[in-house]
Design a protein around this ligand. Structure first.
Ligand code: UD1
Length: 421
């Protein structure tokens, strides 16, 4: 068990480099199960979640090894030449919801999959009905019993699927399942996140025929088999957004390298409204915040709207801004585990259903707080940077799920953060 000890009150200065996107890596690693060819996933971050996905691939019979390329980037080499089983180990499924991503690829490649039902998580109920409905439409016969999902299809058949909601995970799972299906699959009301575009690019390098990712209509022309490929993944826009929020909360001036600035348009627009200044270079973003910032309302929405994965961190910025902001969470309506902890640090937040009303308090004070999930954990660290005195953040394993070297990157910007085991 680790904790982070943060002495607050220092502004941030300097340069920091972003890692590859967690949410692009996870489906991409699952997609390597679709092919007997060797895949090189370049820039895959070293995170707890990616380690779990690596363990799942290994348990299914793939060979996974880690290399460095000439530029020093971490490269995951995955070779799923022959798969040993269609059963995904319960222990690993229990550790990470995203293990559900292997359903589509295993159905496509082996014609069957058995996986335990991924439970709820701290950010609220996360059903997988849209994944299952889509797979059934593709011809899979699915039984749900005794906490397991068993799906079978000698060969999936392309069809038109209209998603009731643009779910990121369902869009990705169905895209992967459709790659080896007979005929054409069209996904309507698909999610438009940049990670879906990156998955399309990777699948197409393997020999798939996928078009339309990034729009609401994705078309997959099924192919018989796939080969190997190498692919450098997009940088993590949520990690970058988190560093922007860190500057917004603590003040200062930083340059963030290895970003695609357009992926952060909604976040930058909000922070600009709050009074931050930005400059963009082709793969870098420069940001400055002079406290206090202005309170600003925002609402989470599917991409290109404001990301739910940035809601807790942006809330921290509003906690120390001037005025009242109204924050509406429309994607995961109970994603507020950070609120009680922020209140311990002196924040003034009132929760009404899926809305948080935040009255800026100028400054927070250090306290002992508990991370309950990934992004709320990160938000507590940001609050600690902005607070007077020392904060101890427990439950750091949640933060390690999705941030590579978080405290080292913050320390390089001048923050006083250290890890205690
Ligand atoms: C992905 C991201 C996560 C992000 C979320 C929303 C990954 C690995 N994770 O999660 O970081 O917070 O997108 O941007 O990429 N829903 C259903 N039925 C389903 C699937 C989803 O009702 O079968 C609902 C969910 O409960 C939620 C909404 O749809 O209210 C969005 O979920 P979804 O887009 O699927 O999120 P994930 O793919 O789980």
């Amino acid at each position: 068990m680790s904790r982070l000890v943060v002495k607050g009150g220092r502004s941030l200065q300097g340069e920091v480099r972003m890692s590859g996107a967690k949410n692009a890596t996870l489906p991409m690693l699952a997609a390597t199960l679709l092919t007997a060819g060797e895949c090189a996933v370049i820039g895959s971050p070293r995170l707890r979640d990616t380690a779990i996905m690596e363990a799942i691939l290994t348990a299914l019979g793939a060979r996974v090894r880690i290399e460095r390329d000439a530029e020093g980037r971490r490269v995951l080499m995955v070779h799923a030449g022959a798969l040993a089983t269609h059963q995904v180990p319960d222990r690993l499924v229990g550790e990470m919801r995203s293990s559900i991503f292997v359903m589509g690829p295993l159905l496509g490649r082996l014609g069957r999959v058995r996986i335990s039902y991924p439970g709820g998580c701290a950010i609220g109920p996360r059903p997988i009905d849209l994944h299952l409905k889509g797979l059934r439409a593709l011809g899979a016969v699915i039984h749900e019993r005794f906490g397991y999902i068993e799906a079978e299809a000698a060969r999936l058949r392309g069809t038109e699927i209209h998603l009731d909601f643009p779910s990121v995970g369902a869009t990705e799972n169905l895209m992967m399942a459709a790659v080896l299906a007979d005929g054409v699959t069209v996904l309507r009301n698909a999610a438009k996140e940049p990670e879906i575009v990156d998955l399309q690019n990777f699948l197409n390098k393997l020999g798939a025929r996928v078009r339309g990712a990034g729009t609401g209509d994705i078309r997959v022309d099924g192919v018989r088999s796939l080969g190997g490929a190498e692919h450098a993944m997009i940088p993590d826009r949520i990690e970058a957004g988190t560093f922007l929020a860190a500057v917004g909360a603590a003040g200062g001036e930083i340059k963030i390298q290895n970003v695609i600035p357009e992926h952060l348009d909604a976040v930058v627009a909000k922070f600009r409204e709050a009074g931050m200044e930005f400059g963009r270079l082709h793969d870098a973003l420069w940001a400055r915040a002079r406290r206090p910032l202005r309170a600003t309302d925002f609402k989470t929405l599917p991409y290109p709207g404001f990301p739910t994965d940035m809601q807790p961190q942006a809330m921290v910025v509003m906690c120390v801004a001037q005025g009242v902001s109204v924050i509406t969470e429309t994607i995961f309506p109970s994603r507020f585990t950070h609120v009680a902890e922020l209140r311990r640090m002196g924040a003034d937040i009132r929760l009404e259903g899926k809305t948080a009303v935040v009255r800026g308090v100028g400054s927070l004070s250090g306290a002992a707080v508990q991370a309950a999930d990934l992004r709320s954990g990160a938000s507590l660290v940001l609050a600690a940077l902005a607070a007077e005195g020392t904060t101890v953040v427990d439950g750091v394993h949640h933060i390690d799920r999705g941030y590579e070297n978080f405290e080292l990157k913050l320390a390089a910007l001048g923050a006083d953060v250290s890890r205690q085991e």
